[in-house]
Design a protein around this ligand. Structure first.
Ligand SMILES: *Cc1c(COP(=O)(O)O)cnc(C)c1O
Length: 421
């Protein structure tokens, strides 16, 4: 099924069922065609994948380990839980895999500059890191509201040598940063590659980002077989745009006995109007935006609805078209975890195992920990630990109601900002 996904019917290039496609302005047609050709050519060259794996091994910390959660498995008393440790990657999450792959491709295409948009800033930091390492110029677009919320990430992007452009238009958040980034690309495409952060956007980005992130699933499948002698009964991953989920699922798509579970941001719950569960709550509707067709959270008039999650990386309006299709086929089951459930799961994992998951990743844990006790003891489940929680210190302190810590941490940041000025 993995290979089948990318065998497009004539005239349906980049479509997964009804989803995907490339809805782009005329000026970008040639660039996107060039990108498709370069990606297809790189994919057909075994030396390209080898160079990618070597860069990940020597620079980013791959292969990442597989860790059995022995304490939690004992406490819960069902299937044995294993986690894929994407939190141990350089820059703290799976995002580095994708940006290094696109960086290598950009260089192969003779591009000397990369651009990206970022909401919470994690993709911006990963892209700036890659650009420094591979010797590419780098510009990151970020909404003014997000810049104010994510000062530490802006600081690191600049220290890494990237130019950060603060976008003052519209709502001054991610969608305005995307528009600004596209405008840049339309003028600079001869020299510049647009580094997409997740499995969204126009074809070929969903396919390309899935390809690079499939390293997670390839490694995990081998590791779980080597450690347990069997395939997992279920694989859990959180879903923002869907790149870490697509990456780990890629290793198991052709194993029909392995159930794949994507976990979206349930925010304040199903009927709250404050969540980002496009599929799990059945509230997303197919539509076209940001260059591709998928399920978006929108109202009856087709206006995009505001989204919410305690995890910035899951707070997104759309979902990767490949995942939308796999949802429709019934190959991936979608669930949602609320902010409260996520915080409880996060605390439990920290205390039991000495691991601090990112708030995003804790969504996968919330659903897995809930379902594991009903499984047999000889079964195995695999959770993708997409990133580490260090970046979430303020949100977690605040959400857990630890006001003394929150105020202390805020003061420190304020003082640091003032001294910096
Ligand atoms: C960005 C991010 C996500 C969400 O992105 P996907 O494309 O859905 O993987 C999830 N987890 C972490 C740790 C992230 O940084």
């Amino acid at each position: 099924m993995y290979a089948e996904l990318f065998q497009f019917a004539p005239g349906r290039e980049g479509y997964y069922g009804a989803y995907g496609g490339a809805f782009i302005p005329e000026v970008l047609h040639e660039t996107i065609a060039e990108l498709r050709a370069a990606f297809a050519e790189a994919q057909a060259d075994p030396a390209f994948w080898e160079a990618y794996v070597a860069l990940l091994a020597t620079y980013a910390g791959r292969p990442t380990p597989l860790t059995p959660l022995e304490n939690l498995s004992r406490e819960l008393g069902g299937a044995r839980i294993y986690v894929k440790r994407e939190d141990l990657n350089h820059t703290g999450a799976h995002k580095i895999n994708n940006v290094l792959g696109q960086g290598l491709l950009a260089r192969r295409m003779g591009k000397r500059r990369v651009i990206a948009e970022t909401g919470a800033g994690q993709h911006g930091v990963a892209t700036a890191t890659m650009a420094a390492r591979l010797g590419l110029a780098c510009t990151i677009y970020m909404g003014a509201v997000d810049v104010a919320r994510q000062r530490p990430n802006v600081f690191w992007m600049q220290q890494l040598g990237a130019e950060v452009v603060v976008v003052e238009e519209g709502t001054q958040t991610l969608k305005d940063a995307i528009n600004a980034c596209l405008r840049d690309w339309a003028e600079s495409m001869d020299t510049t590659h647009y580094v997409m952060g997740t499995v969204c956007g126009p074809h070929p980005f969903p396919q390309m980002v899935t390809y690079f992130q499939s390293i997670i699933g390839r490694e995990a499948r081998e590791q779980v077989l080597a450690s347990t002698g069997r395939l997992p009964r279920r694989v859990y991953a959180c879903v923002g745009g869907g790149s870490n989920a697509s990456g780990i699922f890629a290793g198991f798509l052709d194993d029909p006995e392995v159930e794949l579970v994507g976990v979206e941001a349930g925010g304040h719950g199903r009927d709250s109007g404050r969540h980002a569960a496009r599929l799990a709550y059945g509230q997303g509707r197919p539509g076209v935006a940001q260059g591709y067709k998928t399920y978006f959270l929108q109202d009856a008039e087709g206006q995009m609805r505001p989204t919410h999650s305690v995890a910035a990386g899951l707070d997104y309006i759309g979902v990767g078209p490949i995942l939308a299709y796999l949802h429709e086929c019934g190959r991936v089951r979608f669930e949602a975890a609320t902010d409260a459930e996520v915080l409880a799961a996060l605390q439990r994992v920290m205390r039991a195992e000495g691991i601090v998951p990112a708030l995003e990743s804790a969504h996968a844990f919330a659903v897995a920990l809930h379902e594991v006790p009903a499984l047999a003891r000889d079964e195995v489940v695999l959770i993708n630990l997409s990133g580490r929680g260090d970046k979430d210190i303020f949100t977690i302190a605040e959400a857990l109601g630890d006001r003394a810590w929150r105020d202390f941490l805020r003061q420190r940041v304020r003082r640091y900002d003032e001294e910096g000025d």
